[in-house]
Design a protein around this ligand. Structure first.
Ligand SMILES: [Zn+2]
Length: 316
């Protein structure tokens, strides 16, 4: 299902027309359920946002270089951006590793209908069933994530962690894979262990855009895309690039590689707001991806802008 071959060639020919298979396009009536069905085709689901009340101790990863993030970012702030850029709904993703934050995000989803789903955190190495019992009745809980990018090598092979992942299938929760590019081979082996578990790879597996590394990351991304139970978010790229000097042209080869590897059926678009603000405005972040998918058909773009996320998480 590749749009074009790239044996040995780089994937940066942004102007080359794409071949379209079209065969796998799901009818719109099946793609979009519930509230989404009434939305005009242009409206998107932002598959990756964060909220917080800023606290230096709780958010110690926000260092001096990210000073712009040292304030509160709450749903009304996001809504203003979404309204200005034709974004109908979003998925809120955990940023701290605490059950308190998971409950708080679920409370926010109860209050703000545009938060269609929550990817929370639970201690996957602890008693998963006991933690999920009081949470599974919360309809907004659609997935969980652990910040694996901050863990030591070998984390994705830990028996306790694997046992926790195995408990997600029964309550129907998806899992967000957050790793750096160097962890991708381990993440591929990890996802391969759970063929019935739904995974989504955050931020294209965080390629080293700043360092210009493309080839090795691309190979590993294709190995991940070979697993049919894995989707991918077109998100987070501006943060992996030089925050001041990035250009759409510099990022385009990475987006094209993900587009070819996963295809519209398994791609969704996320801003990573407000983290994206260290490198770009919300408008620039969305424009980057919207431009990159501009050559696809209306159905395919709709799939990437909302259909994949709606189906993957069964959003409200
Ligand atoms: Zn994020």
């Amino acid at each position: 299902m590749k749009a074009r071959p790239h044996s040995g060639e780089r994937v940066s020919e942004a102007n080359e027309p794409r071949e379209r298979s079209g065969a796998s396009v799901v009818p719109a009536s099946e793609r979009v359920r519930g509230a989404g069905a009434a939305k005009p085709a242009g409206q998107m689901i932002d598959a990756h946002q964060h909220y917080w009340r800023y606290d230096a101790a709780q958010y110690d990863w926000i260092d001096d270089s990210m000073a712009a993030l040292r304030r509160d970012f709450l749903p009304p702030d996001a809504k203003r951006e979404m309204d200005a850029h034709d974004v109908a709904g979003c998925v809120a993703v955990q940023a701290r590793q605490s059950l308190d934050e998971t409950r708080w995000l679920l409370d926010l989803a109860d209050r703000y209908a545009f938060i269609r789903g929550v990817v929370g955190w639970i201690d996957l190495q602890g008693d998963v069933d006991a933690q999920l019992d009081p949470l599974v009745s919360r309809p907004a809980l659609v997935g969980v994530r652990h910040i694996v990018q901050g863990e030591a090598d070998g984390f994705l092979e830990r028996p306790a962690f694997l046992a926790g992942i195995a408990r997600l299938e029964r309550p129907g929760l998806a899992y967000d894979i957050l790793v750096f590019a160097r962890q991708l081979p381990a993440a591929v082996a990890f996802a391969r262990r759970f063929p019935r578990q739904r995974f989504v790879l955050d931020h294209l597996g965080k390629p080293d855009v700043r360092g210009g590394e493309l080839e090795t990351w691309h190979r590993h991304l294709e190995a991940m895309a070979a697993l049919p139970n894995v989707c991918c978010k077109l998100s987070g790229l501006v943060t992996e690039a030089d925050w001041r000097a990035w250009t759409p042209a510099r990022l385009r080869p990475y987006l094209d590689a993900a587009l070819d590897a996963f295809g519209p059926e398994r791609l969704m678009v996320g801003s990573d707001w407000p983290v994206c603000l260290v490198a770009a405005t919300y408008a620039e972040t969305l424009a980057l991806v919207r431009d990159a998918i501009g050559e696809y058909s209306t159905d395919e773009r709709h799939r990437m802008l909302s259909g994949t996320a709606m189906d993957f998480w069964n959003l409200r």
